[in-house]
Every structure is written in structure tokens, then in C-alpha cells.
Design a binder for this molecule. Sequence first.
Ligand SMILES: C[S@@+](CC[C@H](N)C(=O)[O-])C[C@H]1O[C@@H](n2cnc3c(N)ncnc32)[C@H](O)[C@@H]1O
Length: 261
Amino acid sequence: MFLTTAKSASGQENEEALRLSAEWNIRFEPRKKRSFQKWLRETKESIYVVGNDLDKLYHPDYSQAFLFHPSMAWIRFQRLQQGGFDPMIEVMQLHSGMTCLDTTMGLASDSILASAAVGEKGKVTAVESHQYIAHLVRKGLNHWEEDDESFNKAMRRIDVRKGEHLDLLKKLNDNSYNIVYFDPMFDHAIQDSVHLAPLRQFAMYQPLEKEAIEEAIRVAENRVVVKSTYLDSLLESFGFMYYYRKGASFSYAVFEKGERI
Ligand SMILES: C[S@@+](CC[C@H](N)C(=O)[O-])C[C@H]1O[C@@H](n2cnc3c(N)ncnc32)[C@H](O)[C@@H]1O
């Protein structure tokens, strides 16, 4: 793995690349107008490319770069604006002023939708354990422009944290977020989104840990929501209820906190 810049890099991008190279302890290689496909073949290493507004991450076994794109979030946001329905927002029962901790940020589509739903008075914190993904997505959220200012503001408001969700959950007080959300389902995510596909090469693959669920139940004031493709005996043992939707390839498992205390 090494770092470089986009072809037309400014002094600012070069500075950012050098700073990240020190922070991540990986080498910096000047771009010198090289083609990425050729460079990947020669080095067989992943390449993190610092761009002006958006970064890219190449993997030697995958020709398509991983880059930030709010594709699904933008489609879901427009559907909601037109009075439509979003199953994640429904099961979370999210509304203005609420707080949501997204423990598996990825490309942040779910975080963006949650941020739009809770509005300026609410708060969304998104955790990502992969440091390259966390940086790339945070930069994308801060710079991507769609034709809707409320969507852009929803992206900018997300508080991105780099790290393991269990470490963060352990530091949080009881009932400190209305909703704690997990989306650990890679297979489904990969099938669903061409933009998420390159994430597969880089993202973390651990299954959801029992301790993380216990901590999430402690930290959530209203409910814990887990996106899931199949019945999970661990979630069932905690008393999660599954919300199936006709024809859908995934469901949500929900632990209602209020009803159990
Ligand atoms: C399926 S993706 C999430 C997709 C996301 N919901 C979206 O809308 O784009 C799961 C993400 O969680 C991250 N992840 C996995 N385990 C984690 C952990 N223990 N702590 C923080 N992030 C984790 C992975 O690196 C990956 O980027």
C-alpha cells in the first residue's frame, strides 16, 4: 500500500498526501503522470490517491477504484422528499431532533439518510474501523455537491469517527443515542451496489460481536437496529424482532429498549 496524488495535484494535495503518509506510516510516491492500471500491475500494491475534493483507493486485484458516491442515499432521499417510504427510517422511527450512532459507516448511505431525517437539531455519528475508508468517506461527505442544499447539509453534519465501534460504545454513557445501528452485511451490500463493490477489498469482515450488541443495548435510548439477511441466533437470543418486507432481500432486526426496561 502506498499513497500518491491525482495528476493535477496542487500544493495542498501534496501536503495532505505527505501528512497522511506519516500518519498511516505508508510511503508516498510522486504521481509522475503514471497510469494506475499499469502501476497496479507493476507494484501489485493498493494505491490511495489524494485528490482535490475526492480521494480514490485502488486495489491490485480490482480495476474499479473505491471512491465516495452518495448514489443510493440520493435516490432514497429523493424518494422520501416525494412522500415515499424508507424501511430503515421506518424501523428506526427516526424524526427531527433524534440522535443516531451508525456503528458501520462504509460509504455512509445509511448515515446520510439518518442525518437528513434527524435534521439540524439531531445528530448522526458514524464509525468506521478502516482508516483509509474513514478518511476517504469523510472527505467525500464534506465536498460532494448534489442539487439539494438540505442533502448537502445532511452529509456535512455527519460526525465521522475512525475506530472500532466496540471501543467507542464502551466509552459512551447509558442511553446516549436514541438509535444504535449496525450494518455488517457485506454480501447483500455488494450485490446491491456497484459503488460498494470495491469496498469488499478493503473493509473489515468480523461478525457482530456479542459484547458490541450488549454495549449497543446499554447505549441506545430507544432501539438498536441491525440490517440482516437471515435470522441470527445471537440477535434472537437478545430478543430482537425481525421486520420482514415482501420481496426484499434483507430485513431489519430491532431491539425495542423502551418496552423492556
Ligand atoms: C456493509 S458496510 C456498511 C455500509 C453502510 N451502511 C452504507 O450505507 O454505506 C460495513 C462497514 O462497516 C465497517 N466495519 C466492520 N466492522 C466494524 C467495526 N467493528 N467497527 C467499525 N466499523 C466496522 C466495514 O469496514 C465496512 O466499511
